[in-house]
Design a protein around this ligand. Structure first.
Ligand SMILES: Nc1ncnc2c1ncn2[C@@H]1O[C@H](COP(=O)(O)OP(=O)(O)OP(=O)(O)O)[C@@H](O)[C@H]1O
Ligand SMILES: [Mg+2]
Length: 289
């Protein structure tokens, strides 16, 4: 990890008392991901196995956009990215807006997987959707209800998280603390974020080829509407992502679709899960469907 500025109020957190899910929240460009990685590293000093949940399906750090990825530390020593097992769920969009159920259900399943794999601390790096009027408050409170985090750590510049933190500070169901945002945080504009997503997608499609898929008799959700360049997740029987695909052709008479995908074969593919974005297979720029 490149050297980062660690404010004193990060260092005085009681890392030894943190266990279970640790929810990191904040508006866009508040240093959530940097802080979450710092926290992950510090928690490795106190736990045999720590999980890192990259829960931002837009500016992803551990997988392609439209997905959320759980990575588990493979060794006691600090390593980044974690080299242990990985599990991924599909949200189908680069934002939780309009996709709250997939976000919440996916997070729950990944936390379950982390626990089953022996993680005793799980750092959950969330999206910057916190504004109450956009549903950010409801989303974060739903995650608190469902995941029962031991701690919610908010990074805020002003009072933008108070609508969430005030009730949580008074509640016995979690412990809510806030930390200041460092001046070292660099803000990213919309174009930079788009370019970053395209690069993350490009990496995920490295080594891809075209594969014809006969989808008759196969689960297709939400339904077999194979629009050109629509993004598809190929999921296993547990609902975890084996890889993504882009629709490059279809033959509706034969119930067949051609996908551009890095997935080498249909072995283990249970479901074709269609997303709500299209992805250009040359530029890897995403567009809403
Ligand atoms: N403590 C820090 N020291 C040095 N650089 C930092 C620090 N925190 C954040 N940055 C830099 O600021 C940028 C944005 O930080 P980061 O990605 O952690 O923010 P974020 O809140 O996760 O953003 P997003 O809303 O896109 O998820 C990154 O380039 C990161 O390297
Ligand atoms: Mg982030």
């Amino acid at each position: 990890m490149a050297s980062i500025e660690v404010p004193p109020d990060w260092e005085n957190l009681t890392f030894s008392a943190m266990a279970g899910v640790i929810l990191v929240i904040g508006a866009p460009d508040t240093g959530k991901t940097t802080f979450a990685r710092y926290l992950y590293k510090r928690l490795m000093e106190h736990h045999q196995r720590v999980g890192f949940l990259d829960g931002d399906m837009g500016q992803t750090t551990l997988g392609p956009p439209t997905t959320m990825t759980l990575a588990l530390a493979g060794a006691p020593e600090e390593s980044w990215p974690p080299c242990g097992p990985r599990f991924r769920t599909f949200v189908g969009s680069v934002s939780p807006r309009g996709h709250m159920l997939a976000t919440v259900v996916g997070a729950h399943r990944l936390v379950q997987r982390a626990t089953e794999n022996g993680a005793t601390a799980i750092v959950y790096d969330t999206t910057g959707l916190v504004a109450a009027e956009q549903g950010g408050g409801a989303l974060k409170l739903a995650l608190v209800d469902l995941l029962e985090p031991g701690v919610v750590i908010g990074l805020q510049r002003g009072t933008e998280l108070e609508h969430l933190l005030v009730p949580l500070r008074c509640s016995g169901r979690t412990r809510a603390v806030d930390r200041s945002v460092t001046l070292a945080v660099q803000r990213r504009d919309v174009a930079t974020r788009r370019a970053y997503r395209a690069e993350q997608f490009r990496r995920a499609f490295e080594g891809s080829g075209r594969m014809e898929v006969d989808w008759s008799g196969r689960a297709v959700v939400p339904g077999p509407s194979f629009a050109r360049h629509r993004l598809v997740a190929l999921e296993d029987a547990q609902g975890f992502v084996l890889g993504l695909g882009i629709v490059t052709g279809r033959d509706s008479h034969r119930q067949a679709v051609e996908l551009y995908t890095p997935v080498p074969s249909l072995d283990g593919v249970d479901t074709l899960h269609l997303g709500d974005v299209t992805l250009d297979p040359e530029t890897f720029c995403d567009q809403p469907l």
